[in-house]
Design a protein around this ligand. Structure first.
Ligand code: SF4
Ligand code: FES
Length: 255
């Protein structure tokens, strides 16, 4: 028999009017929440209440609500995407919380992700890193038949695992250095495992790492909080590959 626990929660929600404005936690009480709601549906309930009371709704990012697009993401009780491993905020359910609990909700905090408003941050830095080299630009002619380019199974699996990155930015938010290494390594690793990615392998890694540094992200010091917070289980082995490829490309560049 299915149950439907009703939750009463105290929310401490980060409110910030704009990028340079001071922020603060605002307290809200919600009662009668279904345990089957997603975390974002709970925020929808809060916003309906705020609008009915004549207040401003809390601004937060979301799109697919299926763990696919990477748009959502908040820090919940100090953890990027909340308490569940390998779960984006949109797939987190309220059954993970106890009635009577107080929940702190904050935006990603990183120099590379300035706050736009409330819980929404500007992640266009990731787009600029991708623009720097996260693509294949060689002319490959018309689309080849499936399986026409043989790829060893292990390479195909590693490329597929890296390609699962949805660009949410939780890795940056979780890292004490605000490093974007897991994201960049997933994008570099995805193409580095495929034959189509080899022609631009060196120029890609140099350009993407330099773009990452220019955006103000920190450096990896092997805390691995990134991987623990990642909703797609991106492995830190990709960071090792990124470091190896960057070193090799730097040496080749110097001649
Ligand atoms: S590596 Fe994981 S946490 Fe980082 S952007 Fe990609 S999916 Fe999100
Ligand atoms: S809203 Fe698309 S991944 Fe969460």
């Amino acid at each position: 028999m299915s149950t439907n626990r009703s939750l009463k929660l105290t929310l401490k929600v980060w409110r910030q009017a704009g990028p340079g404005a001071p922020g603060h936690f605002e307290t809200h009480e919600l009662d009668g929440l279904s345990e089957h709601m997603s975390f974002l549906e709970m925020l929808d309930v809060l916003n309906e209440k705020l609008v009915l009371e004549g207040g401003d709704p809390v601004v937060f990012d979301h799109d697919c609500r299926e763990g696919i697009c990477g748009s959502c993401g908040v820090v919940i009780n100090g953890r990027a995407h909340g308490p569940d491993a390998e779960t984006a905020t949109c797939q987190l359910h309220m059954r993970r919380f106890k009635s009577g609990e107080t929940i702190f909700i904050e935006p990603w905090r990183s120099e590379g992700f300035p706050v736009v408003r409330d819980l929404m941050v500007d992640r266009s830095a990731f787009d600029r890193i991708i623009s720097a080299g996260g693509y294949v630009s060689t002319n490959t002619g018309s689309a080849p038949d499936g399986n026409a380019v043989p790829i060893p199974r292990e390479d195909a699996e590693q490329a597929f695992d890296a390609a699962a990155c949805i660009g949410c930015g939780a890795c940056v938010a979780a890292c004490p250095n605000g490093a974007a290494m897991l994201f960049v390594s997933a994008k570099v690793g995805h193409l580095a495992h495929l034959p189509q990615g080899q022609a631009e392998r060196e120029s890609r890694v140099l350009a993407m790492v330099r773009a990452m540094d220019a955006e103000g992200f920190g450096n990896c010091t092997n805390h691995y909080e990134c991987s623990a917070a990642c909703p797609k289980g991106i492995s830190v082995e990709n960071i090792a590959l990124l470091n190896r490829d960057y070193l090799r490309a730097s040496l080749l560049e110097r001649g």
